[in-house]
Write a protein that binds this ligand. Structure first.
Ligand SMILES: [Zn+2]
Ligand SMILES: [Zn+2]
Length: 494
């Protein structure tokens, strides 16, 4: 399962963080939401998650920064095709809030909305897709619940090679063994599931908390959890304020993680006093989310501590975009990305540096000055690999640059081409609908359209670049610089 943070700001949104919501995507394809601050449906559109798959919504409490997005989100789920029921659980008052807003706005949902108000401590919800959910009271200014999600034990890994070795024929018997059943072979021998599968794996346990200054009510149920997600509104020095407002500091959250022996802690729900620094707007306030992580880690040495940022960016790394660059509003720029001077990023381009390597590190995707990334281009990297695009490059509509990749200066990549795991020398021109992977393309190479190159050996078959193609690339890049100016004017930017 995967957790996507849709909002990580406390109380009010900031430029880079929306108010609270988290999406949980499960292996069976279903989706749950935890809280639903205002504009959660807008955040959803930027994730690639399908809101029509939403089957359950868990609400921690009824403060506006956790529920004002609900009416829009519920409608959005319907518009995206849901007809099966949706269950929504939360504190008493949830029914009145939803009934009222849906009635007054005459909203007609195309699915049944089952509203369930939680009234007693440690209440269990109906198990769904192999997950047990219990609600536990948290101390906040209003009634607030934290949820523990407990997965059923999963079958151990099946080893088909072992099964074959002892004479089990491939087919339905494999399935029976995978499901934990024993089978009888044609020669009368019995093979037990345990002979060819590992022991069952313990199910995962997640503890997802709402706002709180005292989480004792969930501590027992959450003990030993794989993941604890907890608000950390303030730094350690603001404990009095935190307690007065029913919130937690870094030390309080870290202390909880240590007491319940959480394996991983993700802190979220940050006061804007720290996160405004994310977008360079901090007015001399030097304390940042980095400081909050450091303080939290001190309080729980045995736990891995991460800070959430919107749209799941595990290390909280944010794009650095030169002020002269033009990034279309519909483009998605996520993670550790560096965009240079006068770069143009067209509509619906997706540039994501959001996968880390085995050590939790990632290298940046950087785009050199005066380069042009046209509509619908996708630039991504596997497992934290580096992507460098040089200066004056032009990446045409719908092409894909998938890291690790190093692309020199003045390179042209034509419509719909794919470049993966390779280095491309300066001055190269790759025409449309080509696939270039696992190779080093020397400088000034011309790749005709629809060429496929899978290795350095394939390059020998391609003739060297000619001057026409090279000047073609340059003229495209120059046009693009004009494009940046034009678009900036359209957006009233100068
Ligand atoms: Zn809140
Ligand atoms: Zn609250």
């Amino acid at each position: 399962m995967k957790i996507t943070f849709l909002g990580t700001s406390a109380g009010t949104p900031t430029r880079l963080r929306n108010v609270t919501a988290q999406a949980l995507s499960f292996d069976h394809g279903g989706l749950w939401l935890l809280d639903c601050g205002e504009a959660t449906q807008h955040q959803f559109m930027r994730t690639g998650l399908k809101s029509g798959r939403c089957e359950r919504i868990l609400i921690t409490h009824l403060h506006g920064d956790h529920v004002y997005g609900l009416p829009g989100m519920l409608s959005c789920i319907g518009i995206h095709g849901r007809t099966e029921p949706v269950e929504i659980c939360g504190p008493v008052g949830l029914r009145e809030f939803l009934d009222t807003v849906l009635r007054i706005s005459e909203a007609h949902l195309p699915y049944a909305l089952h509203i369930r108000e939680i009234t007693s401590d440690a209440q269990a919800l109906a198990p769904l897709a192999g997950w047990q959910v219990t609600a536990h009271p948290l101390s906040h200014r209003v009634r607030c619940w934290g949820y523990v999600l407990r997965e059923a034990d999963r079958p151990g890994r099946f080893h088909p090679d072992r099964a074959k070795r002892i004479g089990v024929p491939e087919g339905p018997l494999f399935g029976q063994l995978q499901r934990g059943e024993g089978v009888r072979l044609d020669d009368g021998r019995i093979v037990l599931s345990g002979d060819v599968t590992d022991p069952p794996r313990a199910g995962r346990v997640l503890a997802l908390l709402g706002d709180t200054s005292d989480a004792d009510g969930i501590a027992h149920a959450a003990h030993g959890c794989d993941l604890l997600v907890c608000e950390t509104t303030y730094d350690a020095g603001r404990e009095a304020k935190a307690r007065a407002w029913g919130h937690s500091t870094t030390t309080m959250t870290g202390d909880l993680a240590r007491r319940i022996a959480a394996k991983t802690l993700i802190i979220t729900h940050f006061s804007s006093r720290y996160t405004e620094a994310d977008d360079g707007q901090s007015a001399g306030n030097l304390m940042s989310v980095e400081t909050l992580i450091a303080e939290t880690r001190l309080a729980c040495p045995g736990t891995t501590v991460l800070a959430a940022s919107d749209l799941w960016n595990p290390q909280g790394m944010l794009p650095v975009i030169h002020e002269s660059a033009y990034v279309d509003q519909t483009a998605i720029i996520c993670g550790k990305i560096i965009i240079g001077e006068n770069v143009f990023i067209g509509p619906y381009a997706v540039i994501r540096a959001d996968e880390v390597d085995a050590n939790g590190d990632m290298e940046a995707i950087s785009i050199g000055s005066n380069s042009n990334i046209q509509d619908g281009v996708v630039i991504h990297s596997k497992a934290g690999g580096k992507v460098v695009i040089g200066e004056f490059c032009s990446i045409a509509h719908r092409s894909i640059v998938h890291g690790p990749c190093e692309i020199g200066d003045r390179v042209f990549i034509g419509f719909n081409s794919v470049v993966f795991n390779c280095s491309v020398g300066s001055g190269c021109v790759i025409r449309h609908n080509s696939v270039i992977e696992n190779c080093h393309l020397p400088a000034n190479f011309h790749i005709p359209s629809t060429t496929t190159i899978h290795s350095d050996a394939d390059i020998a078959q391609v003739p060297h670049v000619n001057a026409d193609a090279s000047s073609f690339s340059e003229s495209v890049a120059m046009t693009n610089m004009e494009l940046v100016k034009g678009y900036k004017k359209l957006a009233n930017e100068f």
